[in-house]
Design a protein around this ligand. Structure first.
Ligand SMILES: *[C@@H]1O[C@H](CO)[C@@H](O)[C@H](O)[C@H]1NC(C)=O
Ligand SMILES: *[C@@H]1O[C@H](CO)[C@@H](O)[C@H](O)[C@H]1NC(C)=O
Ligand SMILES: *[C@@H]1O[C@H](CO)[C@@H](O)[C@H](O)[C@H]1NC(C)=O
Ligand SMILES: *[C@@H]1O[C@H](CO)[C@@H](O)[C@H](O)[C@H]1NC(C)=O
Ligand SMILES: *[C@@H]1O[C@H](CO)[C@@H](O)[C@H](O)[C@H]1NC(C)=O
Ligand SMILES: *[C@@H]1O[C@H](CO)[C@@H](O)[C@H](O)[C@H]1NC(C)=O
Ligand SMILES: *[C@@H]1O[C@H](CO)[C@@H](O)[C@H](O)[C@H]1NC(C)=O
Ligand SMILES: *[C@@H]1O[C@H](CO)[C@@H](O)[C@H](O)[C@H]1NC(C)=O
Ligand SMILES: *[C@@H]1O[C@H](CO)[C@@H](O)[C@H](O)[C@H]1NC(C)=O
Ligand SMILES: *[C@@H]1O[C@H](CO)[C@@H](O)[C@H](O)[C@H]1NC(C)=O
Length: 513
């Protein structure tokens, strides 16, 4: 029987693909247009038929009617046409319908039996199928979603019990996690259940605060791609993230402009928060913070040490007093003192305007007459000049080029960037801080220098124009540069703006006149 069955199954496949053996030995290539092959055997041969008019059933063609089907018997490789209206096909055999029907290849009597998910059950009044079983009145059927075949019947509906998959569970003892359940008391940190003290809870349905579960307040709610935080714990109180704000463990109502300020919640339209202390905003002046104190930029306040926000100190100053200055966090009178290395120092002389560090001590001085050098204050001679921090040069023999000290053997030596060059050398030219070699052709002495650089080329200023590195022949003085291009500046309809040559629109009045 076994090899026969195998053969039958293969041939059924062939029947569906409409390939089979036929005495006329036509193949699918012989069938044209609306024709199909009705095959008889395994060789992919049969005969052609018109699929608009007929259907093929086991190597035989029958007229196409809406109510007919083909009943294939896979056990002995036969097929029969039958009428849906009066007959049915069950396990390859055609039966007359009436009180009979087919239940998973087995015939049953519909007046005495029911078919429950492929299993025949005795017909009972008031009963319903529950999976493959029958559910009587007063019983509970727990059916897993999308898997009705595995539904199970439970005898008594019980209070506080719920279906979980096909299980029926006491919800105070178990958690239902989609179709599987687990005891409540066992706390495990799996993907869904988290521990709250020793209790397990579902963060989507409850919030854990201080090792206590708050039911009905969910930390999260499910979205398409994950969870969104909805509730969090705020000082032992579950708090709605959308409606409330948690400020250092205190819950406050939330508005669009709410912000925590210490334990308080402030309206940012009305107040600023200065290191945890709220301060009312001014309608006219800008409100700022100085450490934990708020102030208005009204010219009456000075905040010293703003860079160290937590230690800055706020001072009241009078608007007329512009001698008040900050020295770190201290306020000082700049007519009497100077801020030296972060410390206020009384001026040694009234005219002192700078301070100089000599070893570890500071000294105030007048920069008009003194220079601060490593060894201390040096009387300023006309030939002394500061070059960088704490360094001076003698301008009689030295040059300071952007903070770099160079010897100056002659006055012809000049700075070019941080370097020096011999300005008497006609071959050398300093452009934008770097040395350029002049081409020798233009070196005829005594002649005005008409040759100038235009981008990477030279041009003659008498005959040519250079527009941002592009050379043009100079035809008339009216032609001017506009960006890299030329335009006729005498033409009243043309203007040059931002290097773009514009066609000027004639004014309406001009057009009418
Ligand atoms: C095949 O089986 C069906 C049902 O068992 C039977 O009615 C039919 O006569 C059989 N055909 C052959 C050719 O054995
Ligand atoms: C279907 O028919 C075959 C052959 O007659 C038989 O062996 C098989 O048990 C039948 N299947 C069922 C489910 O009755
Ligand atoms: C179906 O069952 C009813 C009631 O037992 C009986 O009268 C009837 O003959 C049965 N039908 C068939 C086709 O066996
Ligand atoms: C459900 O579980 C709770 C807690 O264990 C228990 O008190 C209750 O009796 C159970 N309910 C039923 C119907 O068994
Ligand atoms: C579960 O996770 C929490 C928080 O991560 C942790 O404090 C607790 O110890 C974990 N419990 C178990 C049983 O793993
Ligand atoms: C917070 O909102 C609730 C509900 O809208 C309201 O009853 C309560 O008075 C509000 N509390 C404060 C402090 O505004
Ligand atoms: C600064 O002025 C405010 C009023 O603008 C006043 O309340 C405060 O006491 C004053 N502070 C000092 C140190 O004078
Ligand atoms: C600063 O010092 C000058 C001169 O001693 C004095 O006139 C002025 O009032 C002082 N300013 C303040 C704010 O004390
Ligand atoms: C500078 O150049 C001139 C002319 O080439 C030359 O006479 C003079 O010696 C140069 N000076 C130095 C310091 O190189
Ligand atoms: C420039 O424009 C003026 C006025 O339109 C015209 O007379 C002159 O010929 C133009 N010059 C050139 C070089 O096109």
């Amino acid at each position: 029987m076994a090899p026969y069955t195998a053969y039958s199954l293969i041939c059924l496949g062939f029947l569906l693909l409409v390939f089979c053996f036929d005495v006329k030995a036509e193949t699918s290539e012989d069938c044209k247009g609306r024709e199909k092959l009705c095959s008889r055997g395994m060789a992919g041969e049969g005969f052609c038929y018109n699929e608009d008019e007929s259907d093929c059933c086991g190597g035989r063609v029958f007229a196409k009617t809406a109510g007919s089907g083909c009943c294939v018997n896979v056990w002995n490789m036969t097929a029969r046409v039958y009428s849906h209206e009066r007959q049915f096909c069950c396990n390859g055999t055609v039966y007359s319908s009436g009180s009979l029907d087919c239940c998973a290849d087995v015939v049953f009597n519909t007046s005495t039996q029911v078919c429950c998910q492929g299993k025949i059950q005795k017909f009972t009044k008031g009963a319903m199928c529950c999976g493959t079983e029958l559910k009587m009145e007063g019983q509970v059927c727990c059916s897993p979603q999308h898997q009705p075949r595995y539904a199970k019947v439970y005898n008594m509906p019980k209070e506080n019990f719920i279906c979980c998959g096909n299980g029926y569970i006491n919800r105070t003892e178990y958690y239902c996690d989609f179709a599987t359940y687990q005891p409540m008391k066992i706390c495990s940190n799996n993907s869904v259940h988290k521990c709250c003290g020793n209790e397990a809870y579902d963060p989507r349905k409850a919030t854990c605060c201080n090792k206590k579960v708050f039911h009905g307040k969910s930390e999260h709610w499910e979205t398409g791609d994950g969870y969104v935080i909805n509730h969090i714990c705020c000082g032992g109180v579950p708090q709605s993230v959308n409606e409330e704000i948690c400020c250092e463990l205190r819950v406050h109502n939330r508005t669009a402009t709410s912000q925590c300020c210490g334990t308080e919640s402030i309206d940012t339209d009305e107040k600023v928060c200065c290191n945890g202390r709220p301060f009312k905003k001014h309608s006219k002046y800008k409100t700022k913070c100085c450490s934990d104190r708020g102030y208005y930029e009204d010219g009456e306040h000075l905040c010293c040490g703003e860079h160290e926000a937590r230690r800055s100190v706020l001072y009241n100053v009078s608007t007329s007093d512009n001698t008040a200055k900050c020295c770190n966090t201290a306020l000082f009178n700049s007519t009497e003192s100077i801020c030296c290395g972060g410390e206020v120092m009384k001026k040694m002389k009234k005219e002192d305007d700078s301070c100089c560090q000599v070893h570890t001590r500071y000294q105030t001085y007048n920069s008009k007459y003194y220079l601060c050098e490593k060894q201390g204050l040096v009387a300023k001679a006309s030939h002394r000049q500061q070059c960088g921090r704490g360094r001076t040069i003698d301008t009689r023999g030295q040059l300071c080029c952007r903070g770099m000290i160079h010897p100056k053997p002659s006055s012809a030596i000049k700075c070019c960037g941080t370097k020096t060059f011999n300005s008497s050398n006609p071959q050398l030219l300093c452009q934008f801080g770097s040395l350029v070699k002049r081409p020798p052709r233009q070196l005829q002495q005594g002649q005005p220098n008409y040759r100038q650089r235009c981008g990477r080329h030279m041009f003659d200023t008498r005959r040519e124009l250079c527009c941002r590195g592009v050379k043009y022949a100079k035809k008339s003085d009216a032609m001017k540069c506009c960006g890299t291009r030329l335009y006729n500046s005498s033409d009243p309809e043309l203007t040059c703006q931002f290097g773009i040559r514009l066609q000027q629109m004639p004014k309406i009045g001009e057009r009418q006149s």
